[in-house]
Design a protein around this ligand. Structure first.
Ligand SMILES: [Zn+2]
Length: 110
């Protein structure tokens, strides 16, 4: 399927900042599809699941490191799961367990 990150254009545009001179728009090969414009459909599912992790983290205004510490996973694990470059189901599972545990803890405190 078409890569959702670059939309099949195979490149990403970003504002580059050279050491000397003004910022300018640069094109870099898409990191998701490695410049092919296509991704495996299983990876598209990972990307969708990863978006949930990002939303979860951003709602709490956490950095990747803070979220990873909270969940007791490596920041690199969280980051890869969030970007959908790996299967995020293990991080997802841990997150659900942790959320449930927190909810149970809150109920007990009341
Ligand atoms: Zn791409």
């Amino acid at each position: 399927m078409t890569c959702p990150t670059c939309g099949g254009t195979k490149v990403l545009r970003g504002l580059g900042k050279p050491i000397h001179g003004p910022c300018h728009w640069m094109e870099i090969p898409c990191y998701r599809c490695h410049g092919t414009g296509e991704v495996e459909s299983v990876q598209a599912i990972w990307i969708e699941e990863g978006k949930y992790l990002r939303e979860f983290r951003e709602k709490r205004d956490w950095s990747v490191r803070e979220a990873a510490n909270w969940l007791h996973v490596l920041p690199s694990e969280w980051s890869k799961a969030e970007h959908g470059t790996v299967d995020p189901s293990s991080v997802h599972g841990a997150l659900q367990q942790r959320v449930l545990k927190d909810l149970a803890g809150q109920t007990r405190d009341e």
